[in-house]
Design a protein around this ligand. Structure first.
Ligand code: DON
Length: 310
């Protein structure tokens, strides 16, 4: 898919995006169902762009760490898929759910096979498979993020992880239900522990734009080695586009026109295939759990640049 050409002043585009984010001030709410996330500054905003050629640009709080939460799910999926022999797609689907990210309803009707890898149920299955493959699913995600971003300090925030575990009744219910259908390879407690540790990784827009760049580079890592075939990178981008923003995936595609993954920490990573990876962050969320400021910024960014996958 070809991008249309447009202005190449990335810094100016990022400032246009930040101005759109600032206009959303006062909208949305910081996530508080995980109490440790509730302390985030609702007015923080950052955005970074990492090009396929190695350029890096940022505005606002783009080097400030935040809780990556569900953005981690794109990396755990990628790492499982790098094991080519793995039969992940037998245990998780590739269809948009149209339901909230932590919904239990569909899982019962569909016999413990989650709709897609980005709702919580599907992400638990992915973490389980990554745990089987590596012995430490969260450590594998953290190490990948460290390597791609060049930030050796990037790590799980244990306070957020403990807060998630303490308030994780819904995820525990999902994991037990999946296990009851024989769709987990590891003990529920292990899967939940590694899932919380993975979601609680703290990273910045800078780190995540650099780490997401392999999807813009058709599967090539920062060091030039191949993480996965281009066809797998294409498939991940397709699932990001259809499922990456939960029950607002359609609205996100309509406004932004890029594959993207959001998290309740307020971050969104979006991919411009062949050009760049971007990450926008603002902690105030809309009703489905997507950052109000980050969606507005990405909307303004693709509108001003003319870049999208459509
Ligand atoms: O499991 C949870 O609820 C969180 N660790 C992650 C949820 C999340 O980020 C959903 N995103 N919009």
């Amino acid at each position: 898919m070809q991008m249309t050409s447009g202005p190449t002043d990335y810094q100016e585009l990022l400032h246009t995006a930040m101005a759109a984010a600032e206009r959303t001030a006062g909208q949305g709410r910081v996530a508080d169902y995980i109490p440790a996330l509730a302390t985030a500054d609702p007015n923080a905003f950052g955005m970074a762009l990492a090009t396929v050629d190695g350029d890096l640009h940022g505005v606002g709080d783009w080097e400030q760490s935040f809780s990556v939460q569900s953005v981690s799910k794109l990396f755990s999926l990628a790492l499982v898929l790098t094991h080519r022999e793995h039969q992940l797609w037998r245990g998780v689907g590739r269809e948009p759910s149209g339901n909230p990210f932590n919904s239990l309803v569909q899982l019962e009707k569909e016999n413990g096979i989650p709709r897609n890898p980005f709702i919580n149920a599907g992400a638990l299955v992915v973490t389980d498979r990554l745990q089987s493959l590596t012995g430490d699913a969260a450590g594998a995600v953290r190490d990948f993020l460290r390597q791609e971003s060049g930030n050796p300090l990037l790590d799980t925030d244990p306070v957020v992880a403990a807060s998630e575990a303490e308030h994780g009744h819904r995820n525990a219910a999902l994991a037990h239900f999946i296990a009851s259908h024989g769709n987990l390879e590891n003990p529920v407690e292990t899967v939940l522990d590694r899932y919380y540790a993975q979601c609680s990784i703290a990273a910045s827009c800078r780190d995540l734009a650099l780490a997401g760049r392999f999807l813009a580079r058709h599967g090539l890592r920062a060091d030039g080695s191949r993480l996965m075939p281009g066809s797998d990178a294409k498939r991940i981008n397709a699932v990001l586009l259809t499922c990456g923003a939960y029950d607002a995936a359609g609205e996100f595609a309509f406004r932004v026109g890029l594959p993207g993954k959001s998290g309740v920490g307020g971050g969104i990573v979006a991919i411009l295939p062949g050009r760049a990876a971007v990450c926008a962050w603002g902690p105030s969320l809309d009703k489905v759990g997507n950052s109000v400021a980050a969606v507005a910024a990405l909307d303004a960014f693709t509108t001003a640049s003319g870049w999208s996958v459509f």
